[in-house]
Design a protein around this ligand. Structure first.
Ligand code: TRP
Ligand code: SF4
Length: 334
């Protein structure tokens, strides 16, 4: 076994996934990507594009999924996921996820899925879609299969995914009880990331059309920042401001961190106006995104590279998933 193999053996294995939503925004960067990149040295990491999960809600209009996968993976690599250190792959290319999902579905009581809080919530939020489907009810089962098929010990996720992870642990326990102890119960590696607000003061999200994208050129960033809402009680530039209610300030805390104390003081005392303050923020953002955008440019000029990385990822993933499925079939007696 090579040096890499021996090192990998000592590391804990983790898996996480993202639905392919196309180009990513700075909320994804601070919420997940920077954390994923930081975990690469310490863990054996599997990062998955959850395209089947996307299909559970986009089944009527799946035509964008393919381009979204490519754009998202370009952003992953540009933001620091290194194919030499982690495995990036597309869920639908590793068929064992589907086989395990099917096998798990045999013994999961419907009530476990119906009471999962994200099920009702999402149906409420996405009212324009019919999500009373078999596939959507099984969303957490597919997610459990994603995790268990790698026997991952931990899963880096945000708080919103904790119910799915809890369900995954229950599913692992039930499998181990019914057949044979095959699966470890995966732990959550909770990402305590600040929730970034978008230009309109709501959570930054593509569906609100209020995002700064990792790929936005400097001029677009300046323009978007100039339209962000600030402290509404500030009318004149020298009125004393309240940074804690200001969207721009929330972004300063992350992207202008060394200077944030002076910004706080200058805002409160009315020494700095919002126009000047926003200029500082757009320059900080531009600076932070510069290396990411340079890397994106390289990858765009070299489209085969992304395909090569994903193929390599698929092969590494399959080595593990095929072994797990052998063990699973045997445990069930198939
Ligand atoms: N449901 C997750 C989300 O929407 C994406 C996902 C799919 C995932 N499979 C996963 C996350 C496995 C962690 C582990 O963000
Ligand atoms: Fe927000 Fe800056 Fe204006 Fe203060 S000065 S309200 S922090 S934009």
């Amino acid at each position: 076994m090579g040096r890499k193999g021996i090192l990998e053996m000592a590391k804990k294995r983790i898996l996480s996934g993202m639905r392919p939503s196309g180009k990513l925004h700075v909320g994804h960067l601070v919420g997940a990507l920077a954390n994923w990149a930081a975990l690469q040295d310490e863990y054996e990491c599997f990062y998955m594009v959850a395209d089947w999960h996307a299909l559970t809600t986009e089944y009527e209009n799946p035509s964008g999924i393919k381009t979204n996968i490519k754009e998202m993976v370009i952003d992953w690599i540009s933001a620091g996921l290194d194919p030499k250190k982690c495995t990036m792959f597309v869920q639908s290319q590793v068929l064992e996820h589907a086989e395990l999902h099917l096998l798990l579905s045999m013994f999961i009581p419907l009530s476990w899925l119906e009471r999962c809080p994200t099920y009702k919530q999402q149906q409420q939020e996405l009212k324009d879609k019919n999500l009373s489907t078999y596939g959507f009810l099984g969303y957490p089962v597919l997610q459990a299969a994603d995790i268990l098929v790698y026997k991952a010990e931990a899963v880096p996720v945000g708080e919103d995914q904790l119910p799915h992870l809890e369900l995954c642990r229950e599913i692992a326990r039930r499998f181990n009880f019914l057949y044979k102890s095959v699966f470890p119960e995966p732990q959550a590696l909770l990402t305590r990331a600040p929730k970034l607000l978008g230009a309109d003061g709501r959570k930054m999200s593509k569906s609100y059309n209020n995002c700064v994208f990792l790929s936005d050129p400097p001029q677009v960033i300046r323009e978007k920042v100039s339209f962000m809402i600030t402290d509404p009680s500030r009318i004149r530039a020298n009125d004393p401001g309240h940074p804690d209610v200001c969207t721009v300030y929330g972004l300063h805390k992350i992207f202008t961190s060394p200077k944030v104390d002076s910004i706080t003081a200058d805002c409160k005392s009315g020494k700095i106006g919002c126009v000047a303050c926003k200029k500082i923020l757009s320059e900080s953002l531009i600076e932070r995104l510069k290396p990411i955008q340079a890397k994106r440019k390289d990858l765009e000029a070299n489209p085969k590279e992304v395909a090569r990385i994903l193929k390599q990822g698929r092969l590494s993933a399959q080595k593990i998933t095929q072994e797990t499925l052998k063990e699973v079939r045997k445990a069930i007696g198939l």
